[in-house]
Design a protein around this ligand. Structure first.
Ligand SMILES: [Zn+2]
Length: 226
């Protein structure tokens, strides 16, 4: 079923595709600092021959934007096999119940330590280091939250880093400290991500940047970024 959808969508690589779902959110003054702030938040549809995986459910009200992304890849909601949550923050899980109601057959996964903090009408399945969902390998990258995970597509060379790292004005940047539960652990997770070899890194906040691993190594070495 999903494979047919790929042919219809004209994807060049029928084994793997990534379709971003980009939304804008508004943070009132006092949430992320003294000033109000607009920022993007991204979920991703990841296609594989026998799976259609949604990485993160976005903030409350995300079903419409995800629906549009499904239309772009010519897939119905019923094709969604898995929903993988990178962490428990509301801009990543607020849309979960509405998404699950549209894709009731999908398995919902999250890093085990974050599961108690994710509001969900249905039980969530725990993920730990080395687990796989489709072709995505789970990397435990705690710090931003205790159960934060990143996902590596080893064949496609794509690393989904959630909020372990973001980008700002064309450069990688640490997640804001006020939203990070354990800064030392978050730094260790960044070191770990800097040792992976993806060709692309996809961020929940901020667009892609060139040479992301080199940029991350520079950030950790204190030679660039924030
Ligand atoms: Zn977050």
């Amino acid at each position: 079923m999903v494979e047919e959808q790929f042919k219809k969508s004209g994807a060049s690589d029928s084994r793997f595709f990534v379709e971003p779902v980009i939304q804008q959110i508004h943070l009132p003054a006092g949430i992320a600092g003294p000033y109000e702030m607009d920022l993007d938040v991204r979920c991703f549809l990841v296609g594989a021959p026998d799976r259609l995986i949604l990485i993160d459910a976005g903030p409350e009200g995300s079903a419409f934007a995800i629906d549009q992304a499904l239309q772009r890849v010519n897939a119905p909601w019923s094709d969604v096999t898995d929903i993988v949550l990178t962490h428990s923050h509301p801009d990543h899980v607020g849309g979960l119940d509405e998404v699950v109601s549209k894709a009731p057959g999908a398995a919902v996964w999250a890093g085990a330590p974050d599961i108690p903090n994710i509001p969900s009408a249905d039980p969530l399945r725990p993920l730990r280091e080395g687990d796989h969902v489709g072709g995505l390998r789970v990397l435990q990258t705690p710090g931003h939250t205790s159960g934060h995970i990143s996902l590596l597509d080893e064949d496609g060379g794509v690393l989904f880093v959630g909020d372990a790292l973001g980008t700002l004005t064309g450069a990688v940047a640490r997640a804001p400290s006020q939203f990070t539960s354990d800064a030392a652990q978050a730094e260790e997770s960044l070191r770990r991500l800097s040792e992976t070899q993806p060709t692309r890194m996809l961020f929940s906040h901020g667009p892609e940047v060139p040479d992301p691993v080199a940029q991350l190594r520079g950030l950790l070495a204190g030679t660039s970024g924030t």
